[in-house]
Design a protein around this ligand. Structure first.
Ligand code: PLP
Ligand code: SF4
Length: 459
């Protein structure tokens, strides 16, 4: 042995941690809703009551106006009014969300951006956009059941949600008709549910059912039980998940709607006895959506042994920086919610201002991997327009950052086919924007990208 090797190794001391690194544990506490004049007299008991939240949700402009009067300029109100008139989604915002908005900066606020449209920020839709861009309706063997992947299917038992998100992929179905879109109806309907159950039972390859919507928060406790028992009772079914944005927008329900929370718990327990997995999938997009109330709700689910996973949508201005996404991932982990996916924003009508580039998604994924446990590190995915299903953002066959076209294949879902995702045009270099401005160029832009993918040996 050399003399050098015998020297004691100095301990690898790290410098003291920057306090901002612990920001994820710093959750908003106290009666924060009383900052809103309309809620100044609302007590904690009322605010935690899910019925109060539902009853006081904002569903039209006059009510919004009355609630945020004095907090924003008249110009902002006019802008929102015009935004609503043009939006493909109905509006519904809970008092909880409204009181988390920073009304001194309504244009920049990440919650306002997700739920309240303003005309002045709208951008033209991408020319390759069509409503139901994921072809959910094309893959429906019975109404409200999408069977795209081999062993899993998506069941849409209803078409309402506790809130309506501007960016909703299912704006073709969710919410009441708006001036812009006459909806494809998915009402709660026992016959339709029965048809879906019969189909699921008739397909031995199906093992995994996502119960979405709309949103499972809007199902009554008996309906949660009925769907859970029906599916878990099928020999072929091994896994189910209830998808709900609820915990992110109205955590009060978990705390005060005992029949609902108990119904979920009993289905989870039934699954455990049958050795089948039952999980809750939710949808937080920004760290400010996670408060002390949220933690109380997720703690309750955790005590009951309920697995909760999160699916985030990458939204411009909401979570499109590594810092914000990193904080979201850490904060979700802190409340025992597993960050599962970050979705590239689908091509949805009327919300081009909310989409961002695939490059942004790739950049964010690079930064967040390594921040925390690997099992709490989400995968960035693109739900390939045209029905290719979810693809790892990094798995593109070709990505032309000039024209913003990325090309994916999906060998397990639709072998031999190519699927394109399109970056928002306003984020592209001027020359590419000029090309997209000419409709005669569109086919050539797509063909170039797909041909390059083919030449690289995709599929
Ligand atoms: C997302 C999705 C699923 C579930 O996919 P996972 O990757 O397992 O989360 C199932 N069916 C459809 C149609 C989907 O869009
Ligand atoms: S809660 Fe989900 S299904 Fe409902 S509007 Fe929002 S994104 Fe769409």
């Amino acid at each position: 042995m050399s003399a050098e090797a015998q020297q004691p190794v100095p301990p690898a001391l790290k410098p003291p941690v920057d306090p901002s690194t612990l920001e994820h544990k710093n959750l908003l506490q106290g009666p924060f809703w009383q900052r809103i004049p309309a809620y100044a007299a609302v007590t904690e008991t009322e605010f935690l009551d899910h019925k109060w939240q539902a009853k006081n949700s904002i569903t039209n402009i006059p009510k919004l106006l009355a609630t945020i009067k004095g907090l924003v300029s008249d110009a902002f109100m006019k802008d929102a009014e015009q935004g609503f008139a043009r939006a493909p989604m109905s509006v519904r915002v809970s008092p909880y969300l409204l009181s988390l908005v920073d009304w001194s900066r309504p244009y920049e606020d990440p919650l306002r951006l997700q739920f309240i449209p303003v005309l002045s920020r709208s951008l033209p839709d991408h020319p390759k956009l069509d409503l139901d861009s994921l072809h959910e309706r094309v893959d429906m063997p019975v109404p409200g059941l999408t069977h795209r992947y081999v062993d899993k299917a998506l069941f849409l038992p209803l078409d309402t949600c506790p809130v309506y998100c501007r960016f909703c992929t299912r704006s073709y179905a969710v919410g009441i008709d708006t001036e812009e879109v006459a909806k494809f109806q998915l009402k709660v309907n026992v016959d339709r549910w029965q048809q879906a159950f019969s189909y699921i039972q008739s397909r031995p390859e199906l093992e995994d059912i996502v119960i979405s919507g709309g949103d499972a928060y809007q199902l009554r406790a008996e309906q949660i039980t009925q769907i859970g028992e029906a599916l878990l009772g099928m020999k072929n079914i091994q896994r189910i998940r209830y998808a709900t944005k609820g915990p992110a927008v109205m955590p009060q329900k978990i705390l005060t709607d005992d029949p609902w929370t108990d119904a979920i718990t009993r289905v989870v327990e039934l699954g455990r006895r049958l050795h089948k997995e039952v999980a809750l999938h939710t949808h937080f997009n920004n760290p400010s959506e996670i408060t002390g109330i949220t933690k109380a709700a997720t703690d309750k689910l955790f005590e009951r042994g309920i697995t909760v996973r999160n699916q985030t949508v990458l939204v411009r201005g909401v979570n499109d920086t590594p810092e914000i996404m990193g904080l979201l991932v850490k904060r979700l982990s802190y409340i025992n919610v597993h960050p599962y996916y970050v979705y590239m924003h689908d091509l949805v009508k009327g919300v081009e201002d909310l989409r961002t580039t695939l490059q942004t998604g790739l950049h964010i994924e690079k930064y967040i991997r390594g921040l925390t446990a690997g099992f709490n590190t989400p995968t960035v995915v693109v739900d390939a327009p045209g029905g290719g299903g979810k693809r790892d953002a990094h798995s593109f066959e070709h990505y032309d950052r000039e024209t913003g076209v990325s090309v994916f294949t999906a060998p397990a879902v639709r072998p031999g086919e190519y699927f394109c995702y399109f970056d928002p045009i306003d984020c592209l270099p001027p020359a590419a924007q000029a090309r997209w401005a000419n409709p005669a160029e569109h086919q050539a832009i797509v063909d170039e990208a797909v041909d390059t993918a083919k030449s690289k040996g995709g599929v």
